[in-house]
Write a protein of this length. Structure first.
Length: 289
C-alpha cells in the first residue's frame, strides 16, 4: 500500500491568537491554505482585520476578535465567537507571547531579577496560554477531539549565550518558554484520554517585529556593528557570523513565518494523530535535543 500525505483541514475550525502579523499571521494563512476556517485574534483591530481579509482571499471563512488576549474576557469572546460562527473548535494555536516591554534597570540588566519584567513576561507568555487553553478544553473534551499547539521558542530549550541574555533576551522570556514546553507535556498527558493532541513548536531565528527591534538596537548601540543596517545584522546572526551571540546554525539561514505555519499544519493534521507531548524545533538545526 502506498502511503499518502494528507494535511487537509477542510471543515476544521481553528483559533489563532496574536495573528495580526509575523508568526501568528503566517500560521493563520497556512491553516487557511489547507481549508481551515479561522477565528483570528490580534491586539489591534486593523491588523486583525487585515489577516481576516488575507484568509478570505484564500476562499476560506474567517471571523475576528480584536483585543488583548491576556484579558480573560477576550479569551472567552474568542471561544464564544468560534462556537457561534462555526459550531465547533477543532484547533487552538496559542501564539501569544513577547519579550519584555518594561525598561530594564542597570541591576536587572546584570542579574535579570526585576519583578516588573518577570510579572509582565509571565502574564503574556504563560498565564494567558494556560487560561486560553482552559477556555476551549471543555468543548474539545465534550466533542472528544481537538488539537492544541503552543508556540514556544528555542529559548525554552537552550540557555542561549551570555551575550544574547545580556543584550537582547531577558532571562524571564527563556524561563516562560521553557515552562510552556513543560505545560505542553502535562496537558498532553491529561488530555490524551479525551483524544486531544497537545504539542509545541519552537521557532528559531524569524525576522519578526521582536527580532527587528533587536537588530536595530544592535546596530545603534553596539560599536562592533556600527554601520550595518538591521537586516544585515540579523542575516549575520542567522548565518552564525557572531558565535558569541548564537551558536552556529547548520543550515546557515533564518527561518520564515511560513516554516512555522507549515509545522503547525503538520501537527494539527490527521497525519500527526499519534504525535502528542512533543516540542518541534524549527530552527535550522541550531538547538540539538
Amino acid at each position: 500500500m502506498t502511503a499518502r500525505v494528507n494535511h487537509s483541514l477542510k471543515g476544521k475550525v481553528a483559533i489563532v491568537t496574536a495573528a495580526g502579523r509575523g508568526i501568528g499571521r503566517g500560521i493563520a494563512l497556512a491553516l487557511a491554505a489547507q481549508g481551515a476556517r479561522l477565528v483570528v485574534n490580534s491586539y489591534s483591530a486593523d491588523t486583525t482585520q487585515a489577516t481576516v481579509a488575507a484568509v478570505e482571499a484564500l476562499g476560506v471563512e474567517a471571523v475576528s476578535v480584536a483585543g488583548d488576549v491576556t484579558d480573560p474576557e477576550i479569551m472567552l469572546a474568542l471561544r464564544d465567537k468560534a462556537l457561534a460562527s462555526f459550531g465547533s473548535i477543532d484547533i487552538l494555536v496559542n501564539n501569544v507571547g513577547a519579550g519584555p516591554k518594561v525598561s530594564r534597570s542597570p541591576e536587572d540588566h546584570e542579574l535579570g531579577q526585576s519583578a516588573a519584567v518577570w510579572d509582565a513576561l509571565y502574564e503574556q507568555n504563560l498565564k494567558s496560554v494556560v487560561l486560553m487553553t482552559q477556555a476551549v478544553v471543555p468543548h474539545m473534551r465534550a466533542q472528544r477531539s481537538g488539537k492544541i499547539v503552543m508556540i514556544s521558542s528555542i529559548a525554552g530549550r537552550t540557555s542561549l549565550s551570555e551575550r544574547m541574555l545580556t543584550d537582547f533576551v531577558h532571562p524571564s522570556y527563556s524561563a516562560m518558554k521553557a515552562a510552556l514546553i513543560s505545560y505542553t507535556q502535562t496537558q498532553a498527558e491529561l488530555l490524551g484520554p479525551h483524544n486531544i493532541n497537545v504539542n509545541a513548536v519552537c521557532p528559531g531565528i524569524v525576522y519578526t517585529d521582536a527580532w527587528q527591534a533587536n537588530a536595530r538596537r544592535a546596530v545603534e548601540q553596539l560599536p562592533e556593528f556600527a554601520g550595518m543596517n538591521a537586516r544585515e545584522w540579523f542575516d549575520g546572526v542567522a548565518r552564525g557570523d557572531y558565535p558569541e551571540i548564537f551558536d552556529r546554525t547548520p543550515l546557515r539561514r533564518d527561518q520564515t513565518v511560513e516554516d512555522i505555519g507549515n509545522a503547525v499544519v503538520f501537527l494539527v493534521a490527521d497525519d500527526a494523530m499519534n504525535i502528542t507531548g512533543q516540542s518541534l524545533m524549527v530552527d535550522g538545526g541550531m538547538v540539538k535535543i
